[in-house]
Design a protein. Structure first.
Length: 593
């Protein structure tokens, strides 16, 4: 059952009523002369220029993890960790709730889950949604009890005929899982979406640690109310510390389509992702899951520790996927944490944004995942500029003009020169982030650095550089992708860590692609068609609003060619304040069936 086309068009009309009015830069003054007097730039000007245009962000206050994303009866639901009282994380954290028909334009609803019972009185932490047989959604989440123990709770929609599932009820039989049998009550959280085994039992994972061994504790249940801890965790890894927000799901070995979380079989591999509390980075493994004995074995190609594969090598945490059966795809959500200082978060009145939802699938090499922004984001593309067959010689800097540079979507394909001249790769360079920090954008190379300067100022006093370098290793060529924030802001108090990842693509065809979503304080980049992704949060002092520029550059001695570049201005996504009445939606749903 899906929401009808008429209903969608009503929503779109409403969205477009607002679209263009919200896009002006409103005479904001920011220039070269400004930065020595930066302290005097009022926060009200700055806030507005840093707030995102098309990434999900509530009007104010702190947000962190995406919670319980799901698609239900034609509506996408996003819950998220939210502090209703301020721009910092707080013990009173709740589940805020928004709904959408396209995961880009959103309608806010009232808070869904908030501290109200002994089993969650000190906070409602992260969790997941599962849709049970009979089309019944259910949420599992972590509650913090009066003794500050982490316990797992269940919540149900109060009224299944409310198309938005606005109100949620927490039965008094909660908590349904407690930290007993040696589980550390301070390290027991973030239940996953459940999957059902061939024996008819439901299974979920809860993140934990024993000593420094990160663990995904496995529970089984017949009825979703009574849960029994398995004798062994589904998986654990020594030295990784607390595993927050585990996620476990099947991916197809044949094609890009997504699979229901309970699916298993011949053509399937599984992915286990964990968020490492100690480092604030995530890693995932691809492996085999044996339903019969609930054993998960990562493939040899997946390092099972903090050096492992990452969805994103930048600011991207507490992610969670769900199966979107409307479009048979698996969607990945994540929290992009801040690089601004806490003091500035408070004065801005907000902190944290959600990444653009990404479709995720297994690469044809079977070793790692591919990710791409959902196609729906392209509905926000407006003015387009093109640049084809443009040679970039050493030192070239090409201004991409004609679009709104601080709020844009850029896709570029580079043609590489002969790889013979590539610099030799030193096998001791195992950490791409360190390599990118040593070889920042201004450090000349042979093939590369070439890429984009985004959120750049005239004269390049400020820029965020997203670029590639090509190296010659013993038996293959390697591409390194960097997101260099070292010169992203003249402000001193912001985090300017440079990020990097290797791009595991075959360079024999001499092509390498980059897509970057730029959204005021977000630079979200996808290299090699989405095999390596890096997100940065940047707070320039002068390259904001009308003063922000976009350039393509090459600082390598070898000429590279832009075979194709397309860049679009992006209009604002919409947050409708008023919901269409439930009756209208209900009527539409009934007409559909
Ligand atoms: N955030 C939640 C926890 C989770 C952490 C609390 C990850 O449930 O472990 O806001 O960012």
């Amino acid at each position: 059952m899906a929401i009808s086309k008429q209903f969608l068009s009503v929503l779109w009309v409403l969205f477009f009523c607002y679209c263009f009015s919200l896009f002006g830069e409103n005479g904001v003054e920011a220039s070269h002369e400004h930065y020595p007097r930066l302290e005097s730039v009022t926060t009200s000007i700055i806030d507005k220029l840093y707030r995102t245009g098309y990434h999900f962000q509530p009007p104010q206050h702190w947000i962190n993890d995406p919670n319980g994303p799901m698609y239900y009866n034609g509506v996408y639901h996003l819950f998220y960790q939210y502090n209703p009282y301020g721009a910092v994380w707080g013990n009173n954290i709740v589940w805020a709730h928004s709904v959408s028909t396209d995961m880009i334009n959103w309608m806010p609803l009232k808070l869904a889950i908030f501290p109200s019972k002994p089993f969650d009185i000190n906070g409602c932490w992260s969790g997941s949604a599962t849709i049970l047989p009979g089309n019944k959604p259910v949420i599992l989440y972590t509650g913090i009890d009066p003794d500050n123990r982490q316990v797992q709770n269940i919540a149900f929609p109060k009224n299944l005929s409310d198309p938005y599932l606005t109100e949620w009820e927490k039965p008094d039989y909660n908590p349904i899982m407690e930290p007993i049998d040696g589980i550390n009550a301070g390290s027991f959280r973030d239940p996953t979406t459940a999957w059902k085994g061939p024996d008819g039992l439901w299974r979920i994972l809860v993140g934990s640690e024993t000593g420094k061994r990160g663990e995904a504790i496995l529970y089984r249940s017949k009825d979703f109310e009574h849960w029994v801890k398995a004798n062994h965790p589904l998986h654990s890894s020594e030295g990784t510390g607390m595993w927050e927000c585990p996620d476990f799901y099947p991916v197809s070995k044949r094609g890009t389509h997504g699979l229901d979380t309970s699916f298993n079989g011949e053509d399937v591999k599984h992915v286990l992702k964990v968020s490492l509390y100690d480092t604030k980075y995530e890693y995932y493994t691809v492996g085999r899951y044996m339903h019969e004995n609930d054993v998960y074995v990562p493939d040899k190609t997946s390092a099972d520790n903090s050096t492992g594969l990452r969805y994103d090598y930048g600011k991207f945490y507490a992610s969670k996927t769900f199966f979107d059966d409307a479009k048979t795809r698996r969607i990945l959500w994540a929290w992009m944490n801040e690089s601004d200082s806490e003091r500035d978060d408070i004065s801005k009145g907000w902190a944290g944004v959600q990444a653009i939802p990404r479709t995720v699938w297994l690469d044809t090499n079977g070793k790692q995942l591919m990710q791409w922004p959902i196609a729906e984001v392209e509905t926000l593309r407006r003015k387009q500029v093109d640049l084809d067959n443009k040679k970039l010689k050493k030192g070239d800097l090409v201004h991409i003009e004609g679009i709104i540079a601080p709020q844009a979507d850029v896709e570029v394909e580079f043609d590489l020169p002969s790889l013979e001249k590539a610099e030799i790769f030193d096998p001791s360079w195992v950490n791409p982030q360190i390599l990118c920090s040593q070889k920042e954008a201004h450090v000349e190379g042979s093939i590369g650095p070439f890429g984009l300067f985004v959120l750049a100022s005239d004269g390049l006093d400020e820029y965020t550089a997203v670029f590639f370098r090509i190296f010659k290793a013993k038996d293959k060529h390697m591409a390194l992708m960097c997101s260099d924030q070292s010169r992203s802001s003249l402000r001193t108090e912001v985090d300017k860590t440079t990020y990097g990842g290797f791009v595991d693509v075959d360079l024999k065809d001499g092509k390498l692609s980059l897509r970057t979503l730029i959204d005021r304080s977000i630079v979200e980049s996808f290299g090699g068609g989405g095999i390596t992704c890096i997100t940065a949060r940047v707070y320039p002092a002068i390259a904001v609003g009308t003063q922000a520029r976009l350039y393509a550059f090459n600082y390598g001695s070898e000429t590279v060619k832009i075979s194709k570049l397309k860049a679009w201005s992006m209009i604002n996504a919409q947050t409708l304040k008023e919901l269409p009445s439930s009756d209208t939606v209900q009527m539409e749903l009934e007409n559909e069936t």
